[in-house]
Design a protein. Sequence first.
Length: 86
Amino acid sequence: MPVKHDLYEDLNVSKAEVDKRRQGDEKLSRLLDEYQGADAAVVDAEKAAANDDEVTKLKEKRLLIKDKIVQQWEYPNTQGAGTGKF
C-alpha cells in the first residue's frame, strides 16, 4: 500500500517549525507546495500500479524538489549551497 513520504522526518524538523518558516519564505513555501504535488503523484502512480519507469521518474522529481527544500532550509536568503553568494 503506497504511503505519503514524511518530509518533516527527513528534514528532522516539526511541522510547526516548517509552517513558521514557510510564512516568511516565499521560495520555501513554493517548493513545499511543489513537493506535496510531487509526493501525491508518486502515491497515485503506485496506487494505479504504474510501470516502474514512471514511478522512478516521479520519485526522482520528488527527490530533486526535496534537495531544493533542504538547500533553502539550510541557506535561506542565498542562491543555495556552494554558490559563494551570501
